[in-house]
Design a protein around this ligand. Structure first.
Ligand code: PMP
Length: 441
């Protein structure tokens, strides 16, 4: 059956489809961290809707929340009109934010996707500042619309689409394994911050005051690259001094994945704008922008859109957020993430094709390299996307679904649901180890 579904998909769906090319599966059933294909084969899902499924598939609290909306005959669609379900969701979100931010915050509901909310955030800061340019980061990912694509570093899909949003300037992200300055280690983030500071303070640099800086605290699609907290604090200091609104894209990192409810909390900083999607909808489509009320210079109706209030998504999101907090899943993600990175580092000591292991919480990456080809930076090697792809295939054969990402398609990404148990994580590590060995044969 699986083959049949895949054949039909290939025949009828757009050539732009992405995941099915690497993960050839028709999912018929799903529960927790597991999915079952149309032939009854069981897989561990460490892709989890690209980091969306914080509580895994069909968690009982999510299902109950959705059923309650239906049972109570709540409206399913209300544009941006308010409802008791929405009120509860907003209260839960505001209660989850650091108090210092919550008391100054406003929320804008956006279309169903993360990209929608990033677009809204850019409109917001441009309106508030009257400025036009945006500072973004090399290797960052913010979506696939015209605006968000322009903000993303990934050149592949970008070069075939002309006329993207102009005035985006890319800054060096503190990616220590592939340091943009060829240095590595602590020097990467120190030089990155210095470089940015210099550009913004030097009247001869040609950089006009930007409308905002946007960044991910851990670059997700860019290859699970965590930014050091010292760098984040420096970036917050510099943007504050230069009066540049700081947008933190928490679409993938948000609500517990990195070991804190919000990834910016690792650095103890308060952003001006936070963008949430993926997990916040509890498996259903939802996105929001939360921002300092000083930026609320929007005229009534300045940001509209039909689907800005999926009631089932809000109910599922409230239930997810409550469950994460009540069960301290952030701490669980932190502990299991550390265990995963430790085990991968042990494997790295034995297998030189694993060039780097990194991450924060349950957002972990293993960068696959060719140890025979040194790169320009001491102690690092050329990206090896072919081997990464083979490892992904070997994992799939053994019942483990993983994403491959990163700038060069050479990073194996672990994004399991936050409810994964230690024993289940042991299974993931065992399958991965076996798959790496098989791929190297
Ligand atoms: N920002 C980040 C950090 C993301 O990881 C993603 C999706 N992977 C997006 C924005 C875009 O979200 P969507 O695909 O829902 O538009």
């Amino acid at each position: 059956m699986n083959e049949l579904y895949l054949k039909q998909q290939e025949k009828r769906e757009s050539n732009a489809r992405s995941y099915p090319r690497r993960i050839p599966i028709a999912i018929e059933e799903a529960e927790g961290i597991y999915v079952k294909d149309a032939d009854g084969r069981k897989f561990i899902d460490c892709l989890a809707g690209a980091g969306t499924l914080a509580l895994g598939h069909n968690h009982p609290v999510v299902i109950d929340a959705i059923e309650k909306v239906l049972h109570d005959k709540r409206p399913l669609h209300t544009l941006d009109l308010t409802t008791p379900v929405k009120e509860e969701f907003v209260s839960e979100v505001f209660d989850s934010l650091p108090e210092e931010f919550a008391k100054r915050a406003k929320i804008q509901f956006c279309g169903p996707t993360g990209g929608d909310a990033i677009e809204a955030a850019i409109k917001l800061v441009k309106t508030a500042t009257g400025r036009r340019s945006i500072l973004s980061f090399q290797g960052g990912y913010h979506g696939a619309t015209h605006g968000t694509m322009a903000l993303s570093g990934n050149l592949g899909p970008k070069q075939n689409v002309q006329g993207l949003m102009p005035d985006v300037h890319f800054m060096p992200y503190p990616y220590a394994y592939r340091c943009p300055f060829g240095m590595g280690g602590d020097d990467t983030h120190k030089i990155s911050a210095k470089y940015i500071e210099n550009l913004l303070y030097d009247p001869e640099s040609g950089i006009l005051p930007p409308a905002a800086m946007i960044l991910e605290v851990v670059q997700g699609e860019g290859g699970s690259i965590p930014a050091p907290v010292e760098w984040l604090r420096e970036i917050r200091r510099i943007t504050k001094e230069r009066n540049i609104p700081l947008i933190i894209d928490e679409v993938q990192t948000g609500i517990g994945r990195t070991g804190e409810l919000f990834a910016f909390q690792h650095a103890g900083i308060i952003p001006d704008v936070v963008v949430l999607s993926k997990a916040i909808g509890g498996s259903l489509p939802l996105s929001v922008v939360i921002y300092d009320r000083e930026l609320d210079k929007w005229a009534p109706g300045a940001h509209i859109g039909t689907f800005r209030g999926n009631q089932m998504a809000m109910a599922a999101g409230t239930a997810t957020l409550k469950y994460i907090k009540e069960n301290n899943l952030s701490q669980h993600a932190k502990e299991l993430g550390e265990k995963l990175m430790l085990e991968l580092t042990i494997l790295q000591n034995e297998i030189s094709e694993i060039g780097d292991v990194r991450g924060r919480g349950l957002m972990v990456g293993a960068e696959i390299v060719n140890p025979k080809i040194p790169s320009g930076q001491k102690g690092t090697f050329a990206a090896n996307p072919e081997l990464a792809s083979r490892i992904q295939k070997e994992c799939f054969k053994r019942g483990l679904i993983l994403e491959v990402g990163g700038r060069y398609g050479s990073v194996i990404r672990f994004l399991p649901p936050l409810i994964i148990t230690e024993e289940q994580l042991d299974d993931v590590i065992a399958i991965f180890t076996d798959a790496v060995r098989a791929a190297l044969k």
